[in-house]
Structures are given as C-alpha cells and as structure tokens.
Design a binder for this molecule. Structure first.
Ligand code: MN
Length: 207
C-alpha cells in the first residue's frame, strides 16, 4: 500500500478524503453519483463500523487487522462487511483518476503482456468479470504470486482474505452506476476502463 495510506488507521475510523473533486470524474461518473456513493454509502460503512467495534476487542485494531480477524467468521459478519466495504471503497476511489485509462507504466505493461498477452485482452477480461458477477460485488486486478489475474468478489468480499494482492478495483454494486447508467453495467465498466482507470496506482501497489 501507499505510504500516505489512511486505510490502516484504528478506530475511530475516518472516511478517507476523496483524491479529487466530486465532479472530477464526470461525465463518466457524475458528481451526483459521487455524492451518494462517497457521501452516503461509503460514509455509512465507516460510521457503522465505528458503532460496531466500540467497546469491543476490535476497537484498537487497524482496519486491515479487523478484516483479517473477522473474515469467514459467521458471528462477525456485520463487522467484516462494514470494515471490508470501508477498505474496498477507499481502494476504489484511488483506482480511478480524472485523466485515467491510456497506457500503463512500463513495469505494469510488461506484467500485463506476460499474463494476458495485450492490454486490450486484460481490459476485456476485467469487463467480462464485471458482467459475470451476479448481483453486488467487485472486480479486481490482482497479483497472485508473480502473475496478474482478474478476480471478482461478491458483496463485501475482497482478494486479501484469499491471499491475493489487489492492484486495482472497480465497484460493480448498482449504487456505483445506476444514477448515470441505470442497468447498463457494461457501459459503466468500459467507460471506467477507457477513461478513468488509474494504472499508476496499480503499479504502485505491485510494491
Ligand atoms: Mn460502492
């Protein structure tokens, strides 16, 4: 993760600032969508998490520690869901950038070619995974060992709990695109991949 990362703070967990203005991703993602998605949905997960961990052994843990301690535990589902959604959203905002898309930095491009053949094939696999995710969830470019892969997760789930390192993500919950695209998830995902995806952020996450 990046050095200035705010994802790892202990409670009270804070809603990490958006890395750009609320209208900076328009017209691909409108300020209206950002205001609901960041200001209501993302904030809601952070607020709920703080309420759920108050007075528990999780209160002094970093976000990532809470996630690893609650993943897969049936009696900790609410804490896991809100912690993972807090983390996933902060990671998603950083996976986008106003002048995104285009060509990845050389380090990442080399890995993309080794794993997918071409950048276009990588983008097509990300888009196909987004369409194949039934209901709410996330699509990820991950590092699994030394190889890049596309992964999809349902609801709040994330790749770290299965040992993969996330490089970038796209939110495919309906709240991410419905105000701008209604049911056209593919149009949202393809526009994000062409115009907003932050290959520099993905490259930094290779570490
Ligand atoms: Mn979301």
């Amino acid at each position: 993760m990046m050095k200035d990362d705010k994802i790892e703070s202990a409670s009270p967990h804070v809603l990490a600032p958006l890395p750009y203005a609320d209208d900076a991703l328009a017209p691909v993602i409108s300020a209206n969508t950002i205001n609901f998605h960041y200001g209501k949905h993302h904030k809601g997960y952070v607020d709920n998490l703080n309420k759920l961990v108050a007075g528990t052994k999780f209160a002094d843990m970093s976000l990532e520690k809470i996630i690893s301690e609650t993943a897969g535990k049936a009696d900790k589902t609410a804490i896991f869901n809100n912690a993972a959604q807090s983390w996933n959203h902060t990671f998603y905002w950083r996976s986008l950038t106003p002048k995104g898309g285009g060509e990845p930095p050389a380090v990442l491009e080399k890995k993309i070619k080794a794993s997918f053949g071409t950048l276009d094939a990588c983008k097509k696999e990300l888009a196909a995974a987004a369409m194949a995710q039934f209901g709410s969830g996330w699509v990820w470019l991950v590092l699994d060992g030394d190889k890049l892969k596309v992964a999809k997760t349902g609801n709040a789930d994330m790749p770290m709990t299965t040992g993969m390192k996330p490089l970038l993500t796209i939110d495919v919950w309906e709240h991410a695109y419905y105000l701008d695209y209604q049911n056209r998830r593919a149009d949202y995902v393809n526009a994000v991949l062409d115009k907003l995806i932050n290959w520099d952020f993905a490259t930094e996450n290779i570490g």
